[in-house]
Design a protein around this ligand. Structure first.
Ligand SMILES: Cc1ncc(COP(=O)(O)O)c(C=O)c1O
Length: 396
């Protein structure tokens, strides 16, 4: 008889999300894995203690709960192995530490998540690792930036806050020819809408804080590597002593079960709002890769299966000196959108984006950039809320 795990390889995405990482009969038939708390794991005798030849050996090396989540993520990513770390930012920094050493050079996309850039500029630099930033739209032209010591290329597509789309296969091909590892922050798309390893990336990075957790109550990162790069990743995680809590791992696994239907709702509502905003008289530009007007839309269409719930727009303002006041008036008038960082949760959020750290990309100059995280509320209510913001912004 065909095994369930084999069927799941071919099944639809929601079927996979409902069953991946699940092994009820290993746990007396209970549908969900138990939460294994623990540092110490006992060995049955001195011989096994010496050899450590058993599946679990110590809390930081994994538990059945964290393994259930890693199994599900590996199946979604197509990866050889996954490590869980305490935040999405840690997922980026641990990946860099896995593949970079003193004297190396790394190429990092200019539209990278701000704190990832801070780690490069402050910490990697201190360790004697040189980082150059590149234009997200550079494509195969990245070849000109390679040095003999370039060991890692980091992508984030779409980019943080401005959502530029990268030519992932073209950049990966060049990087591999130069012997560099390709890492990618894939948090925006999740493996449902983009599978980095299928497009040439070696290591896929996620803030599972966002859509997998889905409820704004967990911080966690996941790093998933292909066969060639898995051992180095597993090793650095062990050496750094990082692990994810069993409660949080349980809750992320629970979040994964509904991620497909949540994402579909986020996708639809965000696109509805983006299309409406594009025609709004107080909007200069909408930065959403699924809009045909967006530069990079063709690449998005070629590579991605969907778009998620976070995008930005450029709010018109009367003169540069009123950018901040106009943005603040807009934000302060919102009642359903909360003002806050993060995204991927069930509730909508808005903020003004600060792009002052960019060194290569040309950022929008027509007005302040407002980022919207579109949650699971009814889209008409969100639209009415945004109208409140526009009315207040008009008065500035
Ligand atoms: C693209 C991206 N990567 C990584 C992170 C970091 O995730 P965490 O908040 O779990 O550290 C974020 C957080 O906003 C993000 O937007």
């Amino acid at each position: 008889m065909t095994k369930k795990t084999d069927l799941l390889d071919e099944a639809g995405v929601d079927t996979r999300l409902a069953h991946l990482g699940s092994d009820p009969f290993a746990f007396h038939g209970f549908v969900n894995p138990p939460i294994y708390r623990g540092s110490t794991v006992l060995f049955p005798d001195a011989e096994v203690l010496e050899s450590e030849d058993q599946q679990y050996t110590y809390g930081t090396h994994g538990t059945p709960t964290t393994d259930a989540l890693c199994t599900a993520i590996n199946a979604l990513e197509g990866s050889a192995g996954t490590v869980l770390v305490p935040s999405g930012l840690a997922a980026v920094t641990v990946a860099f530490l896995a593949y970079l050493s003193a004297g190396d050079h790394a190429l990092v996309v200019d539209s990278v998540y701000g704190p990832s850039r801070r780690f490069c500029n402050r910490t990697l630099k201190r360790f004697g690792i040189e980082v150059d930033y590149y234009d997200p739209q550079i494509g195969a032209g990245i070849e000109a930036l390679f040095k003999p010591n370039t060991k890692l290329v980091h992508l984030e597509s779409p980019g943080s806050n401005t959502f530029e789309i990268q030519d992932v296969p073209a950049i990966s091909e060049v990087a591999h020819r130069h012997g560099a590892v390709v890492t990618m922050d894939n948090t925006w798309a999740t493996p449902l809408y983009f599978r980095p390893l299928d497009h040439g990336v070696d290591v896929s990075i996620h803030a599972v804080t966002k859509y997998p957790a889905g409820h704004s109550d967990i911080l966690m990162g996941a790093i998933s590597a292909n066969e060639a790069n898995w051992k180095a990743l597993e090793r650095i995680n062990l050496y750094l002593g990082l692990s994810a809590s069993p409660e949080d791992s349980y809750l992320v696994l629970r979040g994964l079960r509904t991620m497909g239907i949540r994402l579909e709702h986020h996708r639809k509502s965000a696109l509805t709002l983006a299309e409406w905003l594009e025609g709004h008289e107080q909007v200069a530009r909408v930065l959403h890769p699924a809009l045909p007007s967006f530069p990079g839309h063709d690449l998005w269409k070629r590579d991605f299966k969907g778009s998620s719930g976070i995008f930005s727009f450029v709010l018109k303002a009367n003169g540069k000196d009123r950018f901040l006041a106009t943005a603040s008036a807009f934000l302060d008038a919102l009642r359903i959108f909360g003002l806050g960082y993060s995204w991927g949760g069930y509730e909508s959020l808005a903020l003004r984006v600060n792009l002052t750290d960019r060194t290569i990309t040309k950022v929008p100059e027509e007005g302040p950039v407002i980022r919207l995280q579109v949650g699971l509320e009814n889209v008409e209510d969100l639209q009415a809320d945004i109208e409140r913001g526009f009315a207040a912004a008009k008065a500035v």
